[in-house]
Design a protein around this ligand. Structure first.
Ligand SMILES: [Zn+2]
Ligand SMILES: [Zn+2]
Length: 235
């Protein structure tokens, strides 16, 4: 399951991001296309990650299928005991894989999670290491300011990907999310519904700008048998 990141990791991440912005120096016009590029790549990464996690098979025979298809209340003692028996048998990464599959029959559950839980795993596994790596690169090389600024925008877009996905599954969102949707910087729930209708298209969940490209990758990956239907549900 997704977890909130510990506070020191979040503080370290913020400091590292601010340091990168400081390395970027004074803004100029090149920051605008660089920021748009960073926002596009964040969307692309949200789509490729989502596609992989949806179709990567779960470990068979550990009871994940029983959890997935459990028909009673998910608050019942029986379900909680099942969950406590099954989850310790799989790695933290596999729990994330399960989370993606579990999202299809129960999409609202993601929207109900707290902000910190939605972004915790991404910070620990991806954003914090990436941001620190960028700090080190800035120390060693004279990177252009626009490139660093684009990388910071990419980091922010990538970090918030699961939060943005969650906003597509809840009605009450802050004004900034509604405004960004209106001007096309975030996708709409209607556009994301196309993914849930077939699970075979439109995996990107930030802006959806990269969906034509991700859909082309999906077609190649399924034609060659790299991704198969069998991976969509635990068995
Ligand atoms: Zn999906
Ligand atoms: Zn969704």
């Amino acid at each position: 399951m997704m977890k909130a990141a510990p506070l020191p990791a979040i503080i370290l991440f913020m400091l590292s991001l601010v340091l990168n912005l400081w390395f970027a120096g004074a803004p100029d016009w090149r920051w605008v296309p660089a920021a748009a590029g960073g926002w596009y790549i964040a969307d692309l990464l949200s789509g490729l990650t989502h596609m992989y996690m949806d179709y990567r098979p779960c470990t068979p025979g550990v009871g994940l299928d029983e959890m997935f298809h459990y028909s009673g209340s998910r608050e019942s003692a029986e379900y909680l005991a099942l969950r406590d028996r099954v989850l310790p048998r799989i790695s933290p990464f596999e729990r994330l894989v399960y989370d993606f599959k579990n999202h299809h029959p129960r999409p609202e559950a993601l929207g109900r999670r707290s902000f910190m839980v939605q972004i915790g795993s991404t910070i620990l596994l991806v954003s914090l290491p990436f941001s620190i790596l960028l700090n080190l690169l800035c120390l060693m090389l004279a990177l252009p300011g626009w490139l660093i600024a684009g990388a910071v925008v990419l980091t922010i877009g990538g970090t918030l990907a699961q939060y943005f996905h969650g906003t597509l599954h809840r009605p009450d969102n802050p004004w900034i999310v509604r405004t960004m949707r209106r001007i096309g910087l975030l996708m709409t729930p209607e556009a994301h519904a196309l993914h849930h209708a077939s699970l075979r298209r439109d995996f990107a969940t930030n802006t959806g700008w990269s969906n034509p490209l991700v859909n082309a990758v999906f077609r190649v990956a399924t034609r060659r048998g790299w991704l198969t239907e069998a991976g969509l549900e635990p068995r």
